[in-house]
Design a protein around this ligand. Structure first.
Ligand SMILES: Cc1cc2nc3c(=O)[nH]c(=O)nc-3n(C[C@H](O)[C@H](O)[C@H](O)COP(=O)(O)OP(=O)(O)OC[C@H]3O[C@@H](n4cnc5c(N)ncnc54)[C@H](O)[C@@H]3O)c2cc1C
Length: 390
């Protein structure tokens, strides 16, 4: 059975759901297909690093009031490298911002988006609907999905893929470039001896960056990246040994570590689609680009994909939906933001993971110098907060 729709979004994660909501705000109807059952993601404790610009988007969508009490503000970012005194501090107050960013659980954001969508009559949301095939074509794109055992095909002038990049194989017309870092990230909640005081710590070590992000009244969210075998080894440790190893790795800035929650490790890769659009199909969010978690850029770039696509759809004349012209405009508009995010994170990883003799003192000098050059810091904070339009 093939049914016509105007806009179909595959994937109701934070990026797909944001797009549906932003379209609704513009008076535009859409259909959202989400493989998971409603509520499944609401308990996901994974910490997302939200930029200040992302908060403004969530405010405009009307869901920030529901989220603000669950989000932890980052007021200062402390950047250092192991084995050197060079460090730099970025402070929200120096840049006229209420905060530099926020830490929020994936589950809290998903729930707020799902709640908001449940009140939108213009959005048809199908939970438990798993797309199994996507085919771009000359005058429309089709998606075939299984919804509670019933196989259906929707055909639409615009199909948006926001599935996180994990579910579907190759799609004709799209090409994925992937580079494995050979590194894994370990994420967990930890408690330390000293309070976080809304400071996020980013520490560069020769084996990879590690971050402690304030999350809740007392906890930090840890992101510890390193060579695969190193991360595998610390994953094996019992809690007491892990906390000691973390203290050795991170230094003494927040005192000893007292408690660790469930640890999860995943491989790090740089991956992007080129192009991000084929006939009547556009790919956004993590499905379009995946970057190293250093500097917390990935989620925010994905959210800006959704926000800017909704804007473009709203501005496009009738009959332009999903046309080559419209999709080219989208791809052109998003190229710089995506490229900057990928280059910036890749640059940081390579610069700080390079242990060649002489490079480390230069980096220390760089961090020390950055701390003194106000315009450079201001530029960095604007770009991290708002992307290329900052
Ligand atoms: C293990 C892991 C840990 C991470 N940790 C962090 C972190 O600590 N901090 C941080 O800022 N970012 C982190 N990220 C990145 C962050 O999760 C992403 O930036 C963010 O989730 C991107 O949102 P998205 O909506 O594009 O994709 P996703 O969140 O992946 O959402 C995709 C949605 O599509 C649905 N879907 C998939 N396939 C189909 C299909 N065939 N049909 C219908 N629906 C489908 C999925 O069920 C899901 O709901 C992590 C990512 C991973 C994988």
């Amino acid at each position: 059975m093939t049914i016509s729709r105007d806009i179909v979004i595959v994937g109701g994660g934070p990026v797909g759901a944001t797009l549906a909501l932003a379209l609704h705000e513009n008076g535009i109807a859409s259909t959202l297909l989400e493989a998971r059952q409603r509520g499944t993601s609401h308990q996901d404790q994974r910490a997302l690093a939200l930029s200040f610009g992302t908060r403004l988007i969530l405010e405009r969508l009307g869901i920030w009031p529901q989220l603000s009490s669950k989000a932890t503000a980052i007021n200062t970012i402390h950047i250092s490298q192991r084995g050197s005194f060079g460090r730099t501090l970025l402070k929200a107050e120096d840049h006229g911002q209420e905060a530099l960013g926020y830490v929020l659980s994936y589950g809290a954001l998903s729930q707020a988006l799902d709640d908001a969508l449940s009140g939108c009559h213009s959005v048809e949301v199908l939970h438990g609907a798993e797309a199994t095939e996507i085919l771009p074509d000359d005058d429309a794109a089709t998606v075939t999905f299984n919804h509670e055992g019933i196989i259906t095909t929707y055909r639409a002038p615009l199909l948006v893929l926001a599935d996180g990049g994990r579910s579907l194989g190759d799609i004709p017309g799209l090409n994925r470039e992937t580079r494995e870092y050979g590194h894994d990230a370990l994420v967990a909640k930890v408690q330390a001896e000293l309070p976080h005081n809304h400071i996020a710590y980013e520490r560069f070590t020769p084996s990879g960056p590690a971050a402690l992000l304030p999350n809740g009244a007392h906890d930090f969210s840890l992101v510890w990246t390193g060579r695969r075998e190193e991360v595998a080894a610390v994953m094996q440790l019992d809690d007491a040994a892990f906390l000691l190893a973390l203290h050795q790795h991170f230094g003494d800035r927040v005192g000893r570590f007292l408690k660790v929650g469930k640890r999860l490790a995943f491989p790090l890769r740089l991956s992007r689609l080129n192009p991000v659009a084929a006939r009547h199909l556009v790919v956004i969010g993590n499905a379009a680009q995946t970057m190293h978690p250093v500097a917390g850029q990935g989620f925010n770039v994905g959210l800006r994909d959704a926000w800017e696509l909704a804007d473009l759809i709203a501005e496009s004349p009738v009959g332009q939906l999903g046309t080559e012209t419209m999709l080219k405009t989208y791809a052109d508009n998003r190229r710089t933001d995506t490229k900057n995010g990928l280059l910036f994170t890749d640059f940081l990883v390579n610069l700080f993971s390079n242990d060649v003799l002489g490079v480390s003192p230069l980096r220390a000098l760089g961090l020390g110098a950055l701390d003194l050059i106000k315009p450079a810091k201001h530029h960095l904070v604007r770009k991290m907060s708002f992307g290329p339009r900052g």
